[in-house]
Every structure is written in structure tokens, then in C-alpha cells.
Design a protein around this ligand. Structure first.
Ligand code: 5GP
Ligand code: MN
Length: 345
């Protein structure tokens, strides 16, 4: 049995909307990850089975390793089909905002969603949700939004209507937001849910292979290159990796190729804080990814130094400046947090 994480009043409120709604739009964050797509498609398959008119819209493209997911071909990319997406958003009865906590995380879609007269619900696990939805289901202790979608459908009384396809999407989001159940994954109820998803016929080993072991040769060579240039700050138990635009060009970089790189330095003994700086291909900025193990709050570093945020162990931000300047800012952050970083080991 599962703990009732979502308050009953919110379940009842959403159920009322659900019963009356015909047109439902699901939106998720920019540069969608496994949990953004997994939770969106998990909910999509369920609503579709209830004869709702459902559309999933995300701001921009998602990585190739998520394209096998059932329903992914129907996900609408806002940057390519803006007019059609704007119409769907404006005419929706209900908009479900999944896996983000602030309108700015859906970038160019934010205005359309804010302006829509639709009823809006937020289903998310990021800290500090902004107040832009009538119903806010925000549970930062839950490790993925996909898990929340499973909990929501079950609490509404529809476990039996979760299909194998829906279960595959939910499992994918739970798996990717916990690094294959290697962090934020000590809640035993996660494994109860996995057991329930297996009862729907999913092949979890095959899903792992499809997500993590289908990279290109050039991606693996890029990984080797990035790691060979890694800087380890032994006195701070931290490590830094980086990737410029020029280097991306040399390795035929495509979006998503550096997914997961930031976690690799954490496999060094005593390294509990990792930073990845990547020059963005679209905007003139450097994308920052931070990861930590244990109690070191990398989201604090993201907020304080890189205008970002996120979770305790996984956060990110943006930096407008050169790679060298971004490195200098990171080193300043290390100096400030040195005592905390050392205390962790
Ligand atoms: P990633 O390193 O995978 O891009 O991001 C990890 C987590 O950090 C995301 O799930 C999100 O919570 C947070 N994050 C990443 N980039 C940003 C950003 O620019 N601003 C904020 N507020 N959070 C971010
Ligand atoms: Mn998530």
C-alpha cells in the first residue's frame, strides 16, 4: 500500500475538473528530460484511455534516447508549431503543468499558458513552486513527477486503466530522475510502484538499455575527451568538466550527447560535488549543471552563483560570459563552500 502523498481535497478537486473536461493540454519544461516526457506521456496515455482530447506540448526538442517512448511522436514542439500549439493552449479546458515550478521554465510558452482561461494544475517535485495554477500538487520529497502521476491516477481510482504503454513512460521518468535508482531512491514505496508497473507487463531491463545504452560512437569519444580534460579539486572534494562550442563541433555534437556527463566525476572516491560547463549552441551563454552526493546543497551554489536552482543533489543555472569567467566563478564558489565540502567526507 502507498502513503497518501497528495491531499484528498486536491484529488477531489482535480477529479471534478477531469470529469467535466474534454480538451486537456499537458505542458512540461524546456529541454525536456526523461521525467518531463515520462510524466507527460504517462498522464497522456491515461487521459487518452478515458476518451479525452489530449495534447502534450513542450518548448523544444527532447533527446533521441527518449524517442522510443510510446506516444513520443505525438509530442508537439512549441518552437516548431507555435500557432497550432497556441490555439490548443487557448482552447483547453484544463492545462496540466508537469515537472516544473515556475512559468519561466517553459520559456516562450509561458505567455500563452498564463493567458489561457483553462483551469490549471501543477504536478511537480521541485522546491518553491510559484503560484500560477489553481491546484498546486508540489511534493519535493518525491523523486520524480512520473511517480506523482502514478500516485494521482491510482488515487483517482484508475489503476486498472494504466496501460503497458503508460506504465513504460512512468517507469522511464522514475528511472531517469533517480539515475537508474542510484540517488533520491531510498523510499521503499518507489519499489512497490515498480512492482505495480511490472504487473502491467513492462520490461524494465529493456527500458534501461533503450535509455542508457543507445548512444552514438562520437558521443562515447566526446565523453573520453571531456573526461581527459577534467579538473579535480582534491582539496575541495570537487571536480569540473567543460565543453566549448568549438569542441562540440569537433565531435559532431547533437543535443543530448552530453546528458549524464556531469554525474561521472562523482564516481571518483571522495568527490562529492561535480560541475559541468557547456557552451550553449542556441543562446550566447554557458549552461551550468551541478551534482552532489550526500547533504551538500548544490542548488544553493546554483542560486547564489549561477542565477539558477534545482534540487539538493541536482541543480543548474546559466552564465552569461566566457568559459574562463564561468570557471573562475565556480572556483569562487568552491572557496566559499570549502569547509562544507570537506566536512562531507
Ligand atoms: P540539468 O543539470 O539536468 O540541466 O538540471 C538539473 C536540475 O537543475 C533540473 O531538474 C532543474 O531542477 C535544475 N535547473 C537546471 N537548470 C536550471 C536553471 O537554469 N534554473 C533553475 N532555476 N533551475 C535549473
Ligand atoms: Mn523531474
Amino acid at each position: 500500500m502507498l502513503t497518501k502523498v497528495i491531499e484528498q481535497a486536491k484529488i477531489d478537486h482535480f477529479t471534478k475538473w477531469f470529469e467535466r473536461a474534454d480538451k486537456i493540454v499537458i505542458v512540461s519544461h524546456v529541454s525536456p528530460d526523461g521525467d518531463a516526457i515520462g510524466s507527460s506521456l504517462g498522464l497522456y496515455h491515461f487521459l487518452d484511455s478515458q476518451e479525452k482530447n489530449v495534447n502534450v506540448i513542450v518548448p523544444n526538442a527532447f533527446p533521441d534516447f527518449l524517442r522510443w517512448m510510446p506516444g513520443s511522436k505525438d509530442v508537439l514542439l512549441y518552437d516548431r508549431y507555435k500557432d497550432f500549439a497556441d490555439k490548443l493552449i487557448a482552447e483547453a479546458d484544463v492545462i496540466c503543468c508537469l515537472d516544473f515550478n515556475a512559468l519561466k521554465r517553459i520559456e516562450d510558452m509561458a505567455d500563452a499558458v498564463a493567458a489561457s482561461p483553462a483551469r490549471k494544475v501543477l504536478i511537480d517535485h521541485h522546491l518553491y513552486p510559484e503560484d500560477f495554477c489553481k491546484i498546486t500538487m508540489s511534493y519535493p520529497t518525491i523523486s520524480s513527477t512520473s511517480e506523482l502521476i502514478f500516485r494521482l491516477i491510482c488515487r483517482m481510482g484508475y489503476f486498472s486503466d494504466i496501460s503497458k504503454e503508460g506504465a513504460e513512460c512512468i517507469y522511464t521518468g522514475m528511472m531517469t530522475d533517480t539515475g537508474g535508482f542510484t540517488y533520491n531512491s531510498n523510499n521503499r514505496e518507489i519499489y512497490f510502484i515498480i512492482s505495480e508497473l511490472l504487473s502491467k507487463g513492462i520490461d524494465k531491463d529493456d527500458i534501461y538499455r533503450k535509455v542508457y545504452n543507445t548512444y552514438s560512437e562520437s558521443r562515447l569519444r566526446l565523453m573520453g575527451y571531456v573526461l581527459s580534460n577534467m579538473v579535480v579539486y582534491s582539496d575541495c572534494n570537487a571536480a569540473l568538466i567543460s565543453l566549448t562550442k568549438e569542441e562540440q563541433g569537433r565531435f559532431d555534437y547533437i543535443k543530448g550527447d552530453s546528458e549524464g556527463f556531469v554525474n561521472i566525476p562523482l564516481s571518483i572516491k571522495n568527490v562529492c560535488f561535480s560541475c559541468f560547463l557547456r557552451e550553449d549552441t542556441e543562446k550566447p551563454m554557458i549552461k551550468i549543471s551541478l551534482r552532489s552526493v550526500g547533504t551538500f546543497p548544490c542548488n544553493k551554489v546554483a542560486a547564489e552563483f549561477f542565477n539558477g536552482g534545482g534540487h539538493l543533489n541536482a541543480s543548474g543555472g546559466e552564465f552569461f560570459g566566457t568559459m574562463e569567467e564561468a570557471k573562475a566563478v565556480f572556483e569562487k564558489a568552491l572557496e566559499k563552500y570549502k569547509s562544507l565540502l570537506i566536512a562531507k567526507n
